[in-house]
Design a protein around this ligand. Structure first.
Ligand code: FAD
Length: 398
């Protein structure tokens, strides 16, 4: 995804897991046709089991788009990738459109005592070799039985026994859903996670201690297509995407896996064709990660920038590669400061602002916002309480 073998990759034709073999055969025929129609072609092993994809910025219309399947290091399936010059692809038709009918978000359809047993569809490493740590894109097939809205989370109960409560299952771990309600398969049957593998390094020796690895994140990152996964939820209302005004401004601040809900929002805004939600506002994403190898879903976001330059802005803070104006490491709050006049103006005009990622991100961001407010002669406390009162302020940190 973030590190494809080709420089311009944006469109893929994909057959979802479990598709009828005749569909797979006809898609393969189209693949072969397109394969011979494009000049610069590279072939490599793809990433999703049972997925045949070809990606590239096509001049011809395609059946289905799938921007989730473009990692050159993928191990399964077959991907034929093409580098072509222009990006101007149509939005993807999604179904079933009944998923738009509900007036309220689904909540806790499955509880920890009776979780839903879903199936792992694919697991893909998202980051490049120079990224510190590993982040995986995990696609879960819930068969359409655990519907959710963008911005919600699922719980996962990892297999095994809870060491603190022998004889009992592990506690539920929450994961923000990184796809729209239609999933990466566009058919309402899957949900995706963006999972950081939690490892433990001994503070004295600096060596990894596998006995203290995070249980659930390692289970998810090590999972194979077909493995079973117990899920609960969906849960959460704080990060739902307000859709009452399709022309609203949404300022999204993410660190690391905090990108998950925003990937879902942005796919809904810019990738899917949903008759009842035509986004005409501004989405502005700030993403903070360690270095360029750690960027998440960068090719999707870069494509939106090319296709929707009036509706999308995308700023990254690479703490180990860039310096802020004081010569220190560049964090998202430094980017916020850089654009503070615009951000404050947009907030005054009713923009929504969202924060998602590790808890540690908030103090630095709040300090920056407070400092900017003071410089502008405003009271941050008053402004914050107004933003909360107007439901413009959305925070989910963990
Ligand atoms: P655990 O087994 O719970 O361990 C937790 C940490 O303790 C690990 O770092 C582990 O290495 C360390 N540890 C284990 N044993 C010891 C020991 N003896 N001494 C010291 N340290 C030890 N995470 C994501 O990756 N992506 C998301 O999108 C995401 N969304 C979330 C949304 C919400 C609303 C919340 C609340 C959390 C979210 N999380 C997300 C975090 C996620 O729920 C888990 O907390 C995370 O994956 C770690 O779980 P684990 O089971 O792997 O680690």
């Amino acid at each position: 995804m973030a590190h494809s073998a080709v420089s311009q990759v944006s469109v893929a034709v994909a057959v979802p897991v479990g598709s009828d073999s005749s569909i797979r055969r006809s898609v393969f025929k189209v693949a072969v046709l397109l394969f011979f129609s494009f000049s610069r072609v590279c072939v490599f092993n793809g990433l999703q089991a049972h997925t045949l994809s070809f990606c590239g910025t096509l001049r011809a219309p395609v059946l289905t788009l799938d921007l989730s399947t473009k990692n050159a290091r993928s191990k399964k399936g077959y991907t034929i990738c093409m580098s072509v010059q222009q990006a101007n692809s149509p939005k993807v038709a999604v179904s079933p459109l009944q998923l738009e009918d509900a007036k309220e978000p689904p909540l806790n359809t499955f509880k920890p005592k009776e979780p839903y047993t879903a199936t792992i569809a694919s697991v893909e490493r998202l980051v490049g070799p120079k990224a510190p740590g590993e982040v995986c894109h995990v696609v879960i097939d819930h068969g359409g039985n655990v519907p959710y809205w963008e911005g919600q989370s699922y719980g996962v109960i990892p297999p095994g026994e809870n060491p603190k409560k022998p004889g009992n299952p592990h506690n539920v771990r929450l994961y923000s859903i990184a796809s729209t309600r239609y999933g990466d398969s566009f058919d309402g049957r899957t949900a995706s996670f963006c999972v950081r593998r939690a490892l433990y390094y001994d503070p004295e020796t600096g060596k990894e201690d596998p006995s203290k690895s995070g249980v659930c994140s390692n289970f998810l990152c090590n999972a194979k297509p077909g493995d079973k996964v117990k899920i609960t939820g969906p849960s959460g209302k704080i990060m739902l995407l307000p859709e009452d005004n399709p022309n609203a401004t949404h300022i999204m601040i993410a660190t690391g896996t905090g990108i998950a809900p925003f990937r879902g929002y942005l796919r809904r805004m810019f990738m899917e064709s949903v008759p009842t939600y035509k986004f005409g506002g501004l989405a502005w994403l700030f993403l903070g990660v360690a270095n360029s190898d750690s960027l998440l879903y960068d090719d999707e976001f870069s494509k939106y920038l090319r296709d929707y330059p009036d509706n999308f802005r995308y700023d990254t803070a690479l703490s180990r590669e860039q310096n802020n104006k004081k010569g220190g490491k560049m964090y998202v709050q430094d980017k916020i400061e850089e654009y503070s006049d615009e951000i404050f103006k947009l907030l005054d005009e009713g923009a929504h602002i969202y924060f998602c990622g590790l808890k540690g991100m908030m103090p630095g961001i709040q300090d920056t916002l407070k400092r900017v407010a003071v410089e502008r002669g405003e009271s941050w406390e008053e402004k914050l309480s107004q933003l909360k009162k107007n439901k413009q302020w959305h925070v989910e940190v963990y």
